[in-house]
Structure formats: C-alpha cells, structure tokens
Write a protein that binds this ligand. Structure first.
Ligand code: NAD
Ligand code: UD1
Length: 348
C-alpha cells in the first residue's frame, strides 16, 4: 500500500504545491486546513492537475486546535507521516497580535503532536523558516548558525523547533525533520496553482506580481543603502516546486533508522537583490514595474542566504530552478489568475 501522509495547511501556497508532488509520486494524501488563509479551490485544482492520482487526495476543513476533530480523523485513518505547514506567517501582523500567533501556531502544533503520539504516528516534517537566523552575522547561514527570534512569528518557529527536539528526547522513536525555508517564490509551471495572499502582500514577489497585473501602482523598495551590490536587500529565493520536492526528500529520509530530530536549510545558496529580482520579473513578464525608493523596513536583515550542503548530502536534494524560471512561472500564474483563486470583489 502507498504511504498515507497527513498534510496540515495543505490548501495554502507551499502546501498545495507539495500535495501535488506527493500525489504525482503515488502517495495518498489527506489535507486538513481551516482555510483561514486559503481557499478550497486550490485543493480542487491540485486534484485536477494530478489527474488519475487525484483520487488519492481527500480534504477536511478543520482547525488544528480542535483536538477532538483531529482525534476522530486519526481514528479513521492510519497516517505514515505528517507534513505540518499549518500556521500564520505574517511577520507584521504577529507584532500586532502576538497572542493570535502563539495560540494558532504553538497550540495548533501541540494539539497535533498530542494526537500523533496517541496514535503512534511518530514521523514529522515541520515548516520552519530562515527567520530563525534573524539578521545573520555571517552568510551563508548554516544549520549551526545562531538562532534568534526577531518577531512573535519567528518566536513561534523557534519554540516549535524546541518542542520537536524535546519530544524526540522524551521518546527516541520519533523522527522529525525541521525544514528551514528561505524565500519561496514562483508557482507550478501549469499556472493553475500559485500564491494567493489575502489583503496587501507583505512579501516582495506577490507585491511585484500585483503591480504587474495592475492591482497596485508601484513597488516600494525598502532600503537602498544596504552594503550590497546595488544597496537593496539580498535574499535566497527558491522555486516553490523545488521546495515541494524537498519535502519528498525529507519523507524518504524519515524512512532511515534513528535519524532523530534534524534541521535542514532549503534554499538555493544564492543571494539576489530586490532590484535584480525586479529586473528578472520585468524580463519574464514584459511589464515595467514602477518603483518608489524608500527607507528600510524595520526588522529587515541586509543579506540572508543559505548553506545548502547539508540538505544536498543528507537528503540528496538540490534545487533545479533559478530566478528566471521563478519569475517565468510566477508571471504565468499571475497573468492567468490576476485575482488568485478569488474574484476582484473578494480582494483588496
Ligand atoms: P499559507 O498561509 O499559504 O498556508 C498555510 C495554511 O495553513 C493556510 O492554508 C491556512 O489556512 C492554514 N492554517 C493556518 N492555521 C491553521 C490552523 N490552526 N488549523 C488548520 N489550518 C491552518 O502559507 P505558506 O506560505 O504555504 O506557508 C506554509 C508554512 O511554511 C507556514 O508554517 C509558514 O510559516 C512556513 N514558511 C513560509 C514561508 C513563505 O515565505 N511562504 C517562509 C518560511 C516558512
Ligand atoms: C519576510 C519575513 C520573514 C519570513 C519571510 C518569508 C519580515 C521582516 N521578514 O522575510 O520573517 O520568514 O518573509 O515569509 O517581514 N521588499 C521590498 N518591498 C516590498 C516587500 C519586500 O523592497 O514591498 C524587500 C525586503 O526589504 C527584502 C526583500 O524584498 O529585502 C524580500 O522581502 P520579503 O519577501 O518580505 O521576505 P523577507 O524579508 O526575507
């Protein structure tokens, strides 16, 4: 029998792309999501893209903090492993509403781990973030770089990482992989699924995409005086399909004996500035992106990119795509779905 994977937050941006890759590799997938930041349409589209394998996907609208509902699900299905994406991720919002973030992200994870433990499901892949490196003193960031929380959102990632390490220490039968994503961008090459943030996008590429389709007038460039080649911030952008494949590699790693609780960076190992990214997107889309040069965004680091040797060595995973493909696929998705999964009325 094909392994059955529970994917929390599987209707979201990274989750939907990962679910598709899982189905294409013959896994059975159960998605739980409360649709707080997503739409069931993404699940439907993944099903269609997976063609025959789409029948191996089921969806439950469920909040992770609803322990009894999770319990019921685990009673009805035996899961081989869990990929845990569900969480809130807006850094600015987390500063305004820290309790919302602690409750959703931390309590949601506690609820999940408890039910997994009750049912003897002890294999977990968790979505951590490069945010745990804060403003790194040295780049590239290795998995051993110092960890720091620079926002309540980042603190939830650090706390959940620690919870996972503690859970493994308490019961060494657990196998846990903490994936620290750098900056996921792009979309599936079909242009049928992609990122669809609610409200005003916080992140660079969703904003650029909305300028390109005419929903916003200009991109504000936050900071032009960094010690980088062109003065703008540098990040490690990674194609979301490469990131999704990193999860499959992690699942295979969970099949090895006694891996314990391990951390891996998922990035490309290359830094790209804001202006370089805008230029690549303009080339891919043929659209001019008007810019407004502005001061630094509070809390932003100057330069963040990943050391990816550990993932290459131990997960046998390497990213395949560069920024040209990221921008090409982002534009393909944006031009086909200028309002994401919704209609103009539902978007601000
Ligand atoms: P997303 O918002 O598109 O997906 C998260 C999904 O989780 C959403 O569909 C949301 O409705 C769901 N969800 C949230 N709280 C829930 C709860 N209590 N119960 C059930 N479902 C819930 O975000 P994404 O970009 O796909 O990110 C996925 C994960 O990766 C998150 O944990 C995020 O913190 C992490 N991450 C994302 C990025 C990024 O730039 N996108 C970078 C690093 C880490
Ligand atoms: C942000 C979060 C980080 C999170 C990551 C992925 C902050 C402070 N950090 O990181 O915790 O893990 O998203 O979700 O929010 N930029 C602009 N104009 C914009 C938007 C961004 O110039 O409208 C610049 C930023 O200053 C930065 C780069 O683009 O230099 C990338 O920004 P963004 O996409 O928000 O990602 P991060 O800052 O890496």
């Amino acid at each position: 029998m094909a392994p059955t994977i529970l994917v929390t937050g599987g209707a979201g941006y990274i989750g939907s792309h990962t679910v598709l890759q899982l189905l294409l590799r013959d896994f059975r997938v159960v998605v739980v999501d409360n649709l707080y930041n997503s739409s069931e349409t993404s699940v439907q589209r993944v099903k269609e893209l997976a063609t025959q394998s789409g029948r191996n996907l089921s969806f439950h609208k469920l909040d992770l903090r609803d322990g009894p509902a999770l319990e019921k699900l685990f009673l009805s299905t035996r899961f081989d492993a869990v990929i845990h994406f569900a969480g809130l991720k807006a850094v600015g919002e987390s500063v305004q509403k820290p309790l919302l973030y602690f409750d959703n992200n931390i309590n949601g994870t506690i609820s999940l781990l408890k039910v997994m433990a009750n049912h003897g499901c002890k294999k977990l892949v968790f979505s951590s973030s490069a945010t745990v490196y804060g403003w790194p003193e040295k780049v590239p960031c290795t998995e051993e770089s110092p960890l720091v929380a620079t926002s309540p959102y980042g603190r939830t990632k650090l706390v959940i990482e620690e919870m996972c390490r503690d859970q493994y220490c308490a019961d060494p039968e657990w196998k846990i992989i903490l994936l620290r994503y750098f900056n996921p961008v792009g979309a599936h090459p079909s242009g049928y699924i992609g990122e669809d943030p609610h409200g005003i996008p916080n992140n660079l590429m969703p904003f650029v995409q909305q300028v390109a389709v005419g929903r916003r007038s200009a991109l504000t460039v936050y900071g032009t005086d960094y010690s980088t080649n062109d003065g703008t911030g540098v990040r490690d952008y990674i194609h979301v399909v490469d990131l999704a494949d990193g999860h499959i590699a992690a699942l295979h790693k969970l099949d090895e004996s006694s891996i314990g609780c391990r951390e891996y960076n998922l990035g490309t190992g290359k830094g790209t500035s804001v202006l370089e990214m805008v230029k690549a997107f303009e080339k891919a889309s043929g659209k001019k992106i008007p810019l407004v040069m502005s001061g630094r965004r509070p809390g932003d680091a100057e330069m963040v990119y990943a050391a990816i040797e550990k993932a290459a060595r131990e997960l046998k995973w390497k990213p395949k795509y560069g920024i040209e493909e990221m921008c090409r696929d982002q534009w393909n998705w944006a031009s086909k779905n200028p309002y994401g999964y919704g209609s103009p009325r539902n978007n601000h």
